[in-house]
Design a protein around this ligand. Structure first.
Ligand SMILES: C[S@@+](CC[C@H](N)C(=O)[O-])C[C@H]1O[C@@H](n2cnc3c(N)ncnc32)[C@H](O)[C@@H]1O
Length: 209
């Protein structure tokens, strides 16, 4: 299984967004046009936090948080936020499936992360419990289509990293998200009018609370 702390400790990682690149921040803007700019936004499994950095710069009135299980990436991000003088951008170590923070947020955003998490149902429950009433969870997850695509395309080390998906151990579906949250879901890619990922092996849904 992927050892993220070791990966970041090697210190040669790209500061990239793993799905969709910097465009993901523009898609988040379209999401804000639809729901309003949040007072606070939390990226869980933030990694190098490309989206949180761009959103914090563009929306100084929004408190932006990034959580990740890797101490190294959290420290790197916090240093970078400090250097850039972004007082509204905060980072902490925290991990799924059960987040420790007792904070709630207008938007909880979890993209390119559930692929690596055991107990996805517990993780969704935890993520949703950190959404404030009237807020939204944006959730990207692996499904059976992802498994088939990864099985065709991934080789070597990449297969090891995505072991939980390839063995089917943490696959979920939109029905599971509805069941766990008890709420309706809608397709995030459709909502933000993205053409690349809609109907792809990269499902992402919005759940209102
Ligand atoms: C592929 S990266 C995605 C980073 C970012 N969300 C993005 O879209 O660019 C996955 C991130 O999830 C983090 N991660 C993996 N398992 C996690 C867990 N159980 N709880 C919290 N973060 C986790 C990893 O440390 C890594 O930074």
């Amino acid at each position: 299984m992927m050892d993220w702390e070791r990966f970041y400790r090697r210190a040669d990682y790209d500061r990239c967004a793993y799905i969709g690149g910097e465009r993901m921040a523009d898609l988040a803007e379209r999401f804000f046009e639809w729901r309003g700019v949040p007072d606070d936004f939390a990226s869980v499994g933030c990694g190098p936090a490309v989206v949180p950095f761009l959103l914090a710069e563009r929306h100084p009135e929004t408190e932006v948080f990034g959580f990740d299980l890797s101490e190294t990436v959290v420290r790197d991000n916090a240093e970078k936020a400090d250097v850039q003088g972004l007082d509204n951008l905060h980072f902490a170590v925290d991990s799924l499936p059960g987040l420790d923070t007792d904070q709630k947020f207008d938007v909880v955003y979890c993209v390119a992360t559930l692929y690596f998490v055991e107990e996805p149902r517990r993780a969704i429950e935890s993520l949703y419990s950190h959404v404030r009433d009237g807020g939204h969870l944006v959730l990207n997850y692996p499904n059976e289509t992802s498994r088939k695509q990864f099985d065709r395309e991934f080789e070597g080390r990449k297969r090891e990293s995505f072991e939980l998906v390839l063995t089917g151990a943490n696959l979920i579906s939109e029905d599971v998200v509805r069941e766990v949250t008890g709420a309706e879901t809608r397709n995030y890619w459709e909502l933000v009018e993205d053409e690349e990922f809609v109907d792809s092996a990269t499902p992402c849904v919005v759940v209102e609370k």
